[in-house]
Write a protein that binds this ligand. Sequence first.
Ligand SMILES: NC(=O)c1ccc[n+]([C@@H]2O[C@H](COP(=O)([O-])OP(=O)(O)OC[C@H]3O[C@@H](n4cnc5c(N)ncnc54)[C@H](OP(=O)(O)O)[C@@H]3O)[C@@H](O)[C@H]2O)c1
Length: 329
Amino acid sequence: MKAVIYTKYGPPGVLQLAEVEKPAPKNDEILLKVHAAEVTKADCEMRSFNFQVKWFWLPLRLALGLFKPKNKILGVYFAGEVDAVGKDVTRFEQGEQIFGASRLRLGAHGEYLCLPDSYTLAAKPANLSFAEAAAVPLGGLNALHFLRKANLQPGEKLLINGAGGSIGTFGVQIAKSMGAEVTAVDSHSKEELLRRLGVDHFIDYSKVDFTKTGQTYDVIFSMVAKAPYSKIIKVLNPKGRYLMANPRLSNMLRAPLTSLLTDKKAIFAFAGETQEELLALKEMIEEGKIKSLVDRIYSFEQAAEAHRRVETEQRSGAVVIAAQQNGIT
Ligand SMILES: NC(=O)c1ccc[n+]([C@@H]2O[C@H](COP(=O)([O-])OP(=O)(O)OC[C@H]3O[C@@H](n4cnc5c(N)ncnc54)[C@H](OP(=O)(O)O)[C@@H]3O)[C@@H](O)[C@H]2O)c1
């Protein structure tokens, strides 16, 4: 089968299109033909081994490969079709169209992928193409997880810092469907998209520091590792919650003290990306409450370009990669 592989850490140019062995499903696994997969910030971080949050360098290096990557095929979030099933698989049948996440197995940037049927997998939303479905799990699962942790209530004021990215765009839509008043913070180029998604207020981070406008919020959800912790806690209302998707170690250490010593909460988490959350997203999509946003679809041959776009360019929605750019995606 064809796959986009990397055999050393480095810039997008280390990616190559290669012919690799097609995996065979074990008894409890499905063999999935991947029609589309998202290229994420995390894929770029793993490829370059350059993570925004530096404190887990060693454990990550041990997990991903000390001298070179252990798993040559990146990609976690996908949509595709069940090609074959192991004898103990009961949840899925050959030919079913599904979407989901391969967790630490990665491998979604190849034509085929084997996964246990207990993984976070669900029938593809009927109203989405494969590319649109592949663009859902990262942003959707993470946004839903954090907003549930905040116990966001109708009418509450929520600010999303980094609202125009994969997690933020789903965060905006889910929060609006929960009845919150949403302020989006991102670069000017994302304003039109974010207004279309229904944000009530927009702040361009290159011009305005949202911690200095005099406005206060019930919940602040930040994707930005360098967001200023103390200033953010100050602009939270009493009983306010600060959600950190990308916390620095120092902020993870301060969070329990904030929660213990003040009437505010600072929350960090690694989203579990559960089956229940994926099904909840599928329902919201099929009910028209949230949309999937695809920026561009790239072929396997264009993988390096796709990584460059995710890493350095302003995009509107998810960057998707597909083995073949044909009608199926
Ligand atoms: N905790 C978890 O379980 C978990 C799970 C998945 C991901 N994450 C982490 O969460 C982070 C966000 O993920 P994502 O996929 O949504 O990333 P993304 O798609 O790159 O989105 C980040 C957004 O933040 C904007 N931004 C950059 N600097 C900013 C600033 N100073 N102020 C406000 N906005 C700014 C970016 O805009 P520009 O175009 O200006 O750069 C972009 O629109 C990643 O670092 C990822 O590693 C955490």
